[in-house]
Design a protein around this ligand. Structure first.
Ligand SMILES: [Zn+2]
Length: 87
């Protein structure tokens, strides 16, 4: 699977950038942990550490509530890079 190969390296992106707080409005940082169908990527694929994965999960769920990212994506609307539509 192409999706799996993308996350071959196993390090936490957020630890690397020394991120202490993940803002739900910051979609650029959230998209690391979102699949093309806007599902939260599991930790085993992204390589996030447990602490940051929890921060990301909370941030994504908040972003969904504020309609920044969709809960579900229809089959018709699946595109290669969904973030191009948002911005
Ligand atoms: Zn981390």
């Amino acid at each position: 699977m192409a999706e799996r190969r993308k996350f071959k390296k196993r390090f936490c992106k957020y630890c690397e950038q020394k991120v202490e707080f993940i803002d739900y409005k910051d979609l650029a940082s959230l998209k690391f942990s979102l699949s093309e169908r806007f599902k939260i990527m599991p930790r085993r694929l992204t390589g996030n550490c447990k602490r940051h994965q929890e921060l990301v999960t909370v941030a994504i769920k908040r972003a969904r509530q504020t309609a920044l990212i969709p809960y579900i994506v229809d089959r018709k609307n699946v595109v290669e890079n969904p973030f191009e539509i948002i911005k």
